[in-house]
Design a protein. Structure first.
Length: 256
């Protein structure tokens, strides 16, 4: 079943990567207290596992709604948004979390869960400042987007303590393994100016080096009248490119 309540098809066994890609993140299924929660189902034997829970294999279910699930290619990591205080510090706002599983299918010959071993049964706070144990974002965060391996997570936050411009929503990337958070929605350069308008809808490449996003900022090289435009941040080369433009180079005339 997907987030629209439709039943997912059985995953075809056409190879390891394809089977892994068919692991499905589920949302809005009720758990304790009537809150909405993301779930994961494994295609090998159709087991469904609660994602939004505190650390540990039997951690308590999130005490409030959890939404916006995003899943890694191998299905081992799932990001989601929740304001539940029993998952970690939230500062009274929705925050982004990452759940790492230690699950194995019971179906004979199923390859989909063979890598569910690293960082087992942990729930980690993602929307936090740079550093392994840095402060939680002091504003609402959400829209997680996981790179292929899942450890790099793009997300949005209105927090003023993560490096973006105060008073606007910005896009960030958190490397959960390295404990590093960087600002994505900024002008070109290692110290490019933070976007001066709201940025949202992050989408991340498989290796996590490219992050696309939408922004109404006027200082990123796109429209200067507040229209939304689409950009890509190349994190390896610290460059930000306007994407919503014609082949001739002309900027899109309508909001992207």
């Amino acid at each position: 079943m997907n987030r629209n309540g439709q039943t997912a098809r059985r995953a075809p066994r056409l190879g390891h990567a394809l089977v892994l890609a068919f692991v499905v993140a589920l949302c809005l299924a009720p758990a304790a207290g009537g809150a909405a929660h993301p779930w994961v189902t494994h295609p090998g034997d159709y087991r469904t596992v609660l994602v939004s829970r505190a650390g540990g294999a039997a951690g308590a279910a999130a005490s409030s709604d959890a939404t916006e699930p995003s899943i890694s290619l191998d299905g081992r990591l799932v990001g989601f948004t929740s304001a539940a205080p029993n998952l970690g510090p939230t500062a009274g706002h929705p925050q982004v979390f990452l759940r790492a599983f230690h699950e194995r299918c019971t179906a004979r010959g199923c390859a989909c869960c063979t890598q569910f071993v690293v960082g087992a049964d942990r729930t980690m706070l993602i929307s936090r400042a740079n550093g392994a144990a840095a402060a939680v974002a002091d504003g609402g965060s959400g829209e997680p987007a996981l790179a292929g391996a899942g450890w790099k997570v793009a997300f949005t936050s209105e927090g003023a303590n993560l490096g973006g411009r105060r008073g606007v929503k910005s896009v960030y990337l958190r490397n959960a393994r390295r404990g590093k958070t960087v600002l994505v929605s900024r002008a070109s350069g290692s110290h490019g100016a933070p976007a001066n308008g709201d940025s949202s809808e992050p989408s991340i490449s498989h290796n996590g080096n490219l992050v696309a996003f939408t922004s109404t900022a006027t200082n990123l090289g796109g429209p200067r009248d507040g229209r939304a435009a689409v950009y890509v941040r190349d994190l390896a080369n610290e460059r930000t490119y306007l994407v919503s433009r014609a082949s001739s180079g002309a900027v899109a005339e309508a909001a992207a």
